[in-house]
Design a protein around this ligand. Sequence first.
Ligand code: ATP
Length: 257
Amino acid sequence: MEFEIPRSHPRYHSLVAREKLVEAFKKGVVVPQGLIAHGRGECFDYLLGERSHDFAVEAARAAAAWFLLARRPVISVNGNYAALAAEEIRELQEVTGAPVEVNIFYRTEERVRLIEEELRAAGVRKVLGSGCEKTRVPGLESPRGIVCRDGIASADFVLLAIEDGDRTEALVRWGKTVAAIDLNPFSRTAQKASITIVDEAVRATKLIVREVERLRSLDKSNLKQIISSYDNKKVLARAFKAIMERLKEAAEKGSLI
Ligand code: ATP
């Protein structure tokens, strides 16, 4: 990092995340639009109190159950997710065995390679992207629809983060179960995903790792029970309520400190 951020700074984690993204932007891993998307996420993290809520834990548990039951789970990674959470993605791959696919909206083969390098440098092993046989997500024209035939195209379960709503919707239409990490419960991704983890990408990935470790000893019928009793609408409603309650408290007191 170019300058040392003091640990005592009240916004330490937020500043570290910004530094990581700026560095990744300079390397070409993150696009300028990704920096803007991060700002939108930060705003919602503020409203959520910058912590993981119980509704995020419940969604992470459902995603973990899917990882353990799926025939072909895939972790879809874009520039922002790689820049912020490469270590946590490695941990998630270690506990699930799922391959990682570099899947980006602003696609150039050079950028795919840079993201692969970033992930490999963090110890991620099974990385699909530049070298794979390609196909297209039905209904998504232009390079943003390109996916790996042995990766997302043949997956039954896809975890993605900080993703565009159009692509999330196209994957769901294609028959995939999609778990999305997205701080904004209003976004089309959050609304269209099968499971929405309304939490910050690093915290959410850690939650899924923890839940996979917790659920690992359960038998299939118990895992299926977690999935069948999961209701994403209710989880999203709880996220909206958490934001509303924080705003209500702020509106009544004029302060949240
Ligand atoms: P949509 O197309 O789904 O309606 P959008 O137009 O906001 O949403 P993007 O800007 O492509 O789409 O997506 C970025 C999404 O990721 C936003 O919803 C943003 O709130 C969220 N986001 C940004 N940074 C983070 C982060 N660090 N952790 C989790 N979510 C994030």
